[in-house]
Design a protein around this ligand. Structure first.
Ligand SMILES: Cc1cc2nc3c(=O)[nH]c(=O)nc-3n(C[C@H](O)[C@H](O)[C@H](O)COP(=O)(O)OP(=O)(O)OC[C@H]3O[C@@H](n4cnc5c(N)ncnc54)[C@H](O)[C@@H]3O)c2cc1C
Length: 430
C-alpha cells in the first residue's frame, strides 16, 4: 500500500519498481507500455493531490540520487535526490539553491514537477531554476529535453515522462538574517512588506487580528559584522523558536489543532493564543538552516496562486468568509509571493503571484479547502498542483494560455498515455 505524506492519498499498485539507474527506468517504462500498463513516477510522496496515485506501476525514484556534477553556477543532479541532500552538497561548495520550500524532504524532480516555490518577490520557483532536463519518454527512450520544450517540461506534473536528471542554476551561499514579529494584518499585506525583502511571508490564524510575519535579507559575508543581540534573549532559544515554528507554530498549535477538532468552538480562542505565544526575534545563518521547517503534526492543504495585485483583497475575503461561516480552521493561512514564471503550466505563469495556503487537520471536514477554492478561484486563482484542488481540463484551458501547446508536447512525448492516472486524465484529457 502506497500513501502520501498526509495519508490522504492511498493506492495499491499492481507493481512497484525501484530502478537503480536510467537504464532501469527505460526498461520499466518499456515493460509497462508493452503490457498496456500505466506508470506513475513518485518522489517523496509529499503531494497532497493524487498526482502520483496508481493501481498500475508505481516508479520509485529513491535510488536515483546524487549530484552528477557542478560547473560554475550550474548543478546537475539525479531526479530522486532530496532537497536536503542537494542543499548539503551545495553548502560544501559555498553554493545554494536560489529558492527554498518549507521542507527539504521532497525530491528535486517531484518539486519541479509540481512547481514547488518559496517566497521571494524576485526569485521564482525551483522549476524556474531549471536549465536542462533529461527524461525517459513514453517509448522508453532517454534524451535531453530540447530547448523548445523546456518550458513545458519544467512543470509537467509527471505527465511528459520520467525525469532522470535535472540541471539547475545555483547562487553563491549567503547568510540570511531571518526575523519574525507579530504585526497588524494590514501592515503584513502592504506591498512594502512582502516585496521589500529578499524573502518574506506571513501567516495569519483565522479569528486572530495579528499576522505572524517572517522576513529575511542577506547579510555581509563576515560573520562578525552581523553579530547583533537577539531580541528574544538567548540565541539558541531564538533559533529553535524560529525554525520550529514554521507553518505549524510549535507543538502548542499541534495541541490546539487536536483540541480544536474535539471542541471546535474553542478554535477562535486557540488561534488568538497561538498568535500571541509565537515568539518574535531574529537569527542569522545559511538559508537551508533557517528557512526549512520540521513539521510536528501532519495536515491537508490547498494553495492558490492569485495575481499579485489581488493578494490583499483575496486574503481579506477568505478570512472574512471563514469567520462568517464560523469554520474550525486551527492552522494559520500562509501567504507568500513570487515573480512571473515561464513554465507553461506553472501557476505563476506570466504573472507576478501571491500564494495563499489553507490547511486542515487530517481527517477533518474539508469545507475550509472547498471555501478557499471558491473564494480564491474567484480572484483568478490557479491551484498549486501538489496540493488539494478539483480543477479539470476546461479550467486549465482557460487559465493557461500555453495549455494547448503543452498537450501537443504530451502527444509527441507520450502518445500512448503511459504516464497518466484518473487525476491527470481529468486535468489533461485522455
Ligand atoms: C510538509 C510539506 C511542506 C511543503 N512545502 C511546500 C512549499 O513550501 N512550497 C511548495 O510549493 N510546495 C510545498 N509542498 C508541496 C511539495 O513540495 C510538492 O508536492 C512536491 O511535489 C513534493 O515532491 P515529492 O518528491 O514528494 O513529489 P511526489 O509528491 O512524490 O510527486 C509529485 C509529482 O512529481 C512527479 N514526479 C516525481 N518524480 C518524478 C520524476 N522523476 N519524473 C517525472 N515526474 C516525477 C510525480 O509523478 C507527481 O506527479 C509541501 C508539502 C509538504 C507535505
Amino acid at each position: 500500500m502506497w500513501t502520501n505524506w498526509s495519508g490522504g492519498q492511498r493506492s495499491a499498485p499492481h507493481a512497484t519498481v525501484r530502478p537503480l539507474d536510467e537504464a532501469g527506468v527505460r526498461a520499466a517504462v518499456r515493460r509497462a507500455a508493452a503490457s498496456g500498463r500505466r506508470v506513475r513516477p513518485f518522489g517523496a510522496g509529499h503531494s497532497f493531490s493524487p498526482l502520483a496515485v496508481t493501481d498500475d506501476v508505481a516508479l520509485d525514484l529513491s535510488a536515483l540520487t546524487g549530484v552528477v556534477g557542478v560547473a560554475g553556477r550550474r548543478v546537475r543532479v539525479r531526479a530522486g535526490t532530496t532537497l536536503a541532500e542537494l542543499n548539503a552538497v551545495l553548502a560544501d561548495r559555498d553554493l545554494a539553491l536560489g529558492t527554498l520550500a518549507d521542507v527539504d524532504t521532497p525530491t528535486v524532480a517531484g518539486a519541479i514537477a509540481t512547481g514547488t516555490h518559496g517566497s521571494s518577490p524576485k526569485v521564482g520557483s525551483l522549476s524556474a531554476q531549471v536549465t536542462a532536463l533529461r527524461m525517459v519518454d513514453g517509448h522508453g527512450q532517454a534524451a535531453e529535453v530540447p530547448a523548445a520544450e523546456l518550458d513545458a517540461a519544467r512543470t509537467a506534473l509527471g505527465a511528459l515522462g520520467v525525469i532522470t536528471e535535472v540541471e539547475l542554476t545555483v547562487v553563491p551561499a549567503r547568510r540570511l538574517r531571518v526575523s519574525q514579529a507579530r504585526v497588524p494584518l494590514a501592515e503584513a499585506l502592504a506591498g512594502g512588506y512582502l516585496d521589500g525583502h529578499d524573502w518574506a511571508e506571513f501567516s495569519v490564524f483565522p479569528y486572530a487580528e495579528e499576522a505572524l510575519a517572517r522576513w529575511a535579507d542577506a547579510v555581509s559575508p563576515d560573520p562578525a559584522s552581523d553579530a547583533q543581540p537577539e531580541p528574544d534573549g538567548a540565541r539558541s532559544a531564538s533559533l529553535r523558536n524560529l525554525v520550529e515554528s514554521r507553518l505549524v507554530r510549535a507543538a502548542a498549535v499541534g495541541g490546539g489543532v487536536a483540541l480544536g477538532r474535539s471542541v471546535p468552538r474553542l478554535v477562535p480562542a486557540i488561534n488568538r493564543v497561538a498568535t500571541a505565544l509565537t515568539s518574535t526575534g531574529a537569527v542569522t545563518d545559511l538559508p537551508h538552516r533557517v528557512l526549512v521547517a520540521r513539521p510536528v503534526v501532519r495536515w491537508e492543504e490547498c494553495e492558490w496562486a492569485v495575481p499579485r495585485e489581488r493578494l490583499a483583497d483575496a486574503v481579506g475575503e477568505l478570512l472574512a468568509a471563514i469567520t462568517e461561516r464560523e469554520l474550525d480552521v486551527a492552522f494559520p493561512v500562509d501567504v507568500r509571493v513570487g515573480p512571473a514564471e515561464t513554465g507553461w503550466l506553472h501557476p505563476a505563469h506570466q504573472r507576478a503571484t501571491g500564494w495563499i495556503a489553507v490547511h486542515t487537520a487530517v481527517g477533518a471536514d474539508p469545507e475550509p479547502l472547498r471555501l478557499a477554492a471558491e473564494v480564491l478561484g474567484g480572484h483568478q486563482g490557479r491551484p498549486h498542483w501538489g496540493k488539494r484542488h478539483r480543477w479539470t481540463a476546461s479550467q486549465l484551458a482557460e487559465a493557461y494560455p500555453r495549455y494547448a501547446e503543452f498537450l501537443t508536447v504530451r502527444d509527441r512525448r507520450d502518445p500512448n498515455r503511459v504516464f497518466t492516472n484518473p487525476h491527470l486524465d481529468a486535468l489533461l484529457g485522455h
